[in-house]
Write a protein that binds this ligand. Structure first.
Ligand code: GLU
Ligand code: MG
Length: 448
């Protein structure tokens, strides 16, 4: 629905025989949270919002004795849920005391988009969702749902993609995406067992983030119906590629012209000066952005330098740019592909962080440094130092420290938001650090 008016929404609800609306927002981790609202109460969720206990939701910053959190419907996002006839979904903003809540990641993204709008610009993003279809192994663990899916180099595998359950899943998710106007144009088997990617067309950054949440809602339902689990965990299998969520980025002016494109770019990347400044900003702030793009302890197993069974993880660890898949920012032509983010990231936060960092690059006219079209996985540590190529933080604790130490990012994203994000992520890092794993017992129990 593109019409914001309540009247148009009510007509749409009637036409589509909607009985329930899922008033949906995301917590700080980007997980969808909802209430079922009988459709006749649309007015209430549009004007006030569906009410939630603030403390019961991760990352609202609301204390136990604090107030309510309201998910206020953005009617432009109203869509059917094709897998649940009679249901609609509406993406919502967090409101507290009648005002947009700065700790709601959708609100946070909107505030960064407003900074672009002041300059007459908007951001277009294209997200590349990767995920793994798993099943429980009966022994407390998980394995690829399709037991035949075990090729060393599984990318683009015809059989893995077309076996009945896998194919049915992919078809159902593809068809569901049309409800939010997301035109799927390519689907493939990725590098790991049970791993796939579904590509749909890019759009304005807010719509892309809303669509990714819808995608995860559709995928988890389709998988469950087929007896599987659709996992967006960054690195399910130690010896296989992880699940990335690459962001393709381009700035546009009011007429929709791509401001990042310049066909005369002497590097051959088709990037404009503005594009290079944005790129310089996101590379400069990459350590801080890592906390948002790789927000779990498991994320760093994806980013670690080393090869997978197929010969490459395709996940970048070095802060560099070029037109190749071993760098953080790939420049495929007139846009930037930011490869750092993983499938477990909150898309609103990643986008908000990228805008803040990119704008800093533009405002300070930061220079981007040398390009790298070579395979950075081949470089020795000494070569990397000699070439001045730093590594992203190598664990969650380090990434959170990098975020809190980055004054510009803290100010742009809001001190309250960063404090709450850092508090939760440090708890996660400490909980993980205290855990003694099976690997440690095997290695050290009888070692000394
Ligand atoms: N799976 C890789 C990652 O974790 C990306 C593979 C690709 O380039 O499609 O980023
Ligand atoms: Mg991919």
């Amino acid at each position: 629905m593109n019409d914001q008016s309540l009247l148009a929404a009510k007509t749409w609800i009637q036409d589509n025989r909607i009985e329930y609306i899922l008033a949906q927002f995301v917590d700080i981790h980007g997980a969808a949270k909802t209430k079922m609202v009988p459709a006749r109460h649309l007015d209430m969720i549009t004007h006030i919002g569906a009410g939630f206990s603030g403390y019961a939701i991760w990352g609202t910053g609301i204390p136990r004795n604090g107030g309510d959190y309201y998910a206020r419907a953005d009617l432009t996002t109203l869509s059917t849920l094709p897998w649940l006839p009679g249901y609609a979904r509406v993406a919502s903003d967090g409101y507290v005391h009648g005002r947009p809540h700065a700790l709601c990641s959708r609100v946070l993204l909107k505030s960064q988009l407003a900074r672009l709008a002041e300059r007459g610009w908007s951001l277009n993003t294209g997200l590349e969702p990767e995920f793994t279809l798993l099943k429980r192994d009966g022994k407390g663990g998980y394995v690829a749902a399709d037991e035949f899916d075990q090729l060393d180099k599984a990318s683009y595998d015809y059989k893995g993609m077309t076996r009945k359950t896998n194919r049915t899943f992919l078809e159902r998710v593809t068809s569901a995406m049309s409800a939010v106007g997301a035109d799927v144009y390519q689907i493939d088997h990725e590098d790991a067992s049970g791993q796939y990617e579904i590509n749909y067309v890019y759009s304005d950054a807010l719509t892309s983030a809303d669509r990714y949440i819808f995608f995860k809602m559709a995928a988890s339902f389709a998988a469950e119906e087929l007896g599987m689990l659709c996992s967006f965990m960054p690195k399910p299998f130690a010896n296989r590629a992880g699940n990335g969520l690459h962001f393709h980025l381009s700035l546009a002016d009011a007429a929709g012209v791509n401001l990042m494109e310049d066909k005369n770019d002497k590097n051959g990347y088709g990037l404009s000066e503005l594009g290079y400044q944005f790129l310089a900003g996101i590379l400069h702030h990459a350590p801080a952005l890592t906390a948002l793009c790789a927000p779990t302890v498991n994320s760093y197993k994806r980013l670690v330098v080393g090869n997978s069974l197929s010969g490459a993880t395709w996940a970048p660890a070095y802060i560099a740019y070029g037109n190749n898949r071993t760098v953080l920012a790939r420049c495929p032509g007139g846009r930037i592909e930011w490869r750092l983010a993983d499938a477990g990231a909150n898309p609103y936060l990643v986008t908000a962080g990228l805008i803040a960092a990119g704008l800093d690059g533009i405002e300070r006219k930061l220079a981007v440094g040398e390009k790298h079209d070579d395979d950075l996985y081949d470089y020795t540590p000494a070569q990397l130092v000699a070439k001045g190529i730093p590594c992203v933080p190598q664990h969650l604790g380090e990434a959170v420290d990098a975020l809190t130490a980055d004054k510009m990012m803290v100010e742009a994203l809001g001190t309250d938001f960063v404090a709450e994000f850092a508090r939760l992520k440090r708890m996660e890092w400490i909980a993980y650090s205290q855990h003694v794993s099976h690997w440690e017992m095997q290695r050290y129990a009888d070692f000394f």
